[in-house]
Design a protein around this ligand. Structure first.
Ligand SMILES: Cc1cc2nc3c(=O)[nH]c(=O)nc-3n(C[C@H](O)[C@H](O)[C@H](O)COP(=O)(O)OP(=O)(O)OC[C@H]3O[C@@H](n4cnc5c(N)ncnc54)[C@H](O)[C@@H]3O)c2cc1C
Length: 417
């Protein structure tokens, strides 16, 4: 049986970064990865361009992890977005920041990010074994036994970095939850996060591909407004997607009603007053000409008229109060009922995971099983779109890695007479 000081399960960004920071001269660090090659999901990130992190102060960053920003704070403070950018810049991969705060490698290549992580692993003597799916982990007399189809490994410490359940084709099928539970570590219920919405009936299916910048939309449950958001939105064949919807999906349930506003910043009353004035002043215009004054694409313009029961060529002189009211509703609070959220096959992250109450926020070590660590998406932390999930993976990986290195060196000191 091969013996290691650290076994990391899963070679995603959290696992690789944990391994890099756990490594030290004389420390045997082994990464076991299920897939044939490491970093499958990292390579897909940001459509292959890798939105590595987000600009801003830590106090702003933590607002993007829902209720779990408080837990993530010590990790983000230990290894911040600036530290992450410096790590790659120092190794020859400079970063670029976009206007919206998203940070990418200058080459816009996730391959380049992965290559730096793998080069750093090689430099520090980290061994990565691929096609090694971990089946079980047990602990006896302070040593972990890790089983894969090809054999067993012994280790003083284990880091579970198996990611979540989303995009299972990347190898992320939720194995880490089962491994953690088998060691007595509690896991909260998991669900898709950063998920598109399936809307039924969806009247805009024929307009799929149309996107909107900074659209205002509200979420209604049981007839009451529960949230209001502004963000970029996309019509799909089946419903709504785009960063604004993915971020809001954390607080959206099946049966909720989403009300879309196509009227820019105008509220219902303001929009109603404006179109009434324009119609009265331009009785010879078609109603569609009024709508064209707003950020409403032409195909949507026609659709909104049709759905309000207004003929495409209707002149403002024949624009009745009833028609106006229907059009105002369509343009400022178009109601769409959420049938369900996209499942793990399409969601970009996982909500829920290793329960944070039983994990130490500064070191990522289990409060229940000494020597067992977690990092990355397997934890019950999910961030908004925009680089927050990769930042959390790197920051928690860093905390676990550095804590393990400290733990191993204090163990070595104790055993050294
Ligand atoms: C399409 C897509 C695009 C994304 N784009 C971005 C983006 O631009 N910016 C951003 O911040 N976030 C993005 N994310 C989210 C981000 O990629 C993840 O949050 C991040 O990769 C999590 O890192 P991780 O190391 O925790 O887990 P993962 O990257 O999921 O890695 C886990 C690894 O563990 C391995 N594994 C699982 N089970 C076992 C087992 N039993 N034995 C051995 N190995 C195992 C898996 O094969 C996998 O390689 C995106 C996600 C998706 C799906």
């Amino acid at each position: 049986m091969e013996r290691s000081d650290v076994v990391v399960i899963g070679a995603g960004p959290a696992g690789l970064f944990g391994a890099i920071h756990a490594a030290a001269p004389g420390t045997r660090v082994l990464v076991l990865e299920k897939n044939e090659r490491p970093g499958a999901k990292l390579l897909l990130s940001g459509s292959g361009q890798c939105n590595l992190t987000h600009g801003g102060e830590i106090r702003e960053l933590i607002l993007h992890y829902g209720d779990h920003g408080k837990f993530a704070k010590p990790a983000l403070m230990s290894f911040s977005n600036t530290a992450l950018m410096n790590f790659f810049t120092k190794r020859g991969l400079p970063m670029v920041s976009e206007e919206n705060g998203k940070i990418f490698p200058k080459t816009k290549s996730a391959e380049d990010v992965l290559e730096i992580l793998l080069a750093e692993c090689r430099k520090r003597g980290v061994v990565i074994r691929c096609s090694e799916p971990v089946q079980t982990v047990s602990r006896q007399d302070g040593l972990f036994t890790i089983t894969t189809p090809s054999g067993q490994y012994l280790s003083h410490t284990v880091v579970i970095t198996t990611g979540g359940r989303s995009y299972p084709r990347c190898g992320t099928t939720g194995d880490g939850y089962r491994l953690a539970e088998s060691l007595g570590q509690p896991v909260t219920e998991t669900a898709p996060a950063l998920a598109p919405l399936l809307i039924r009936p969806f009247p805009f299916a024929s307009l799929s591909g149309i996107s909107f910048e900074q659209m205002r939309f509200s979420v209604w449950r049981g007839g009451k407004k529960i949230a209001e958001h502004t963000g970029d939105l996309l019509f799909t064949h089946l419903g709504l997607s785009g960063p604004g919807i993915l971020d809001a999906s954390r607080g959206i349930h099946p049966g909720d009603v989403i009300k879309l506003s196509f009227a820019g910043p105008l509220r219902r009353e303001e929009f109603a007053a404006e179109i009434a004035k324009r119609a009265a002043e331009n009785t010879g215009w078609q109603v569609s000409t009024i709508l064209a004054k707003y950020p409403i694409p032409e195909r949507l313009n026609r659709k909104l008229l049709k759905l309000a029961g207004i003929p495409e060529d209707l002149k403002c002189s024949h624009f009745s109060g009833e028609m106006r009211s229907a059009l105002v509703t369509n343009c400022t609070e178009f109601p769409l009922t959420v049938e369900r959220l996209g499942d793990f096959a399409v969601a970009m992250a996982t909500r829920g995971g290793i329960a944070l109450e039983e994990v130490k926020a500064k070191t990522m070590e289990s409060k229940i099983v000494p020597g067992l660590f977690f990092a990355g998406e397997v934890l019950d932390i999910d961030g908004d779109t925009g680089g927050y999930n990769l930042q959390a993976a790197f920051s928690t990986g860093y905390c676990a890695g550095t804590a393990i290195q400290k733990k191993l060196s204090s163990m070595a000191e104790r055993s050294d007479p």
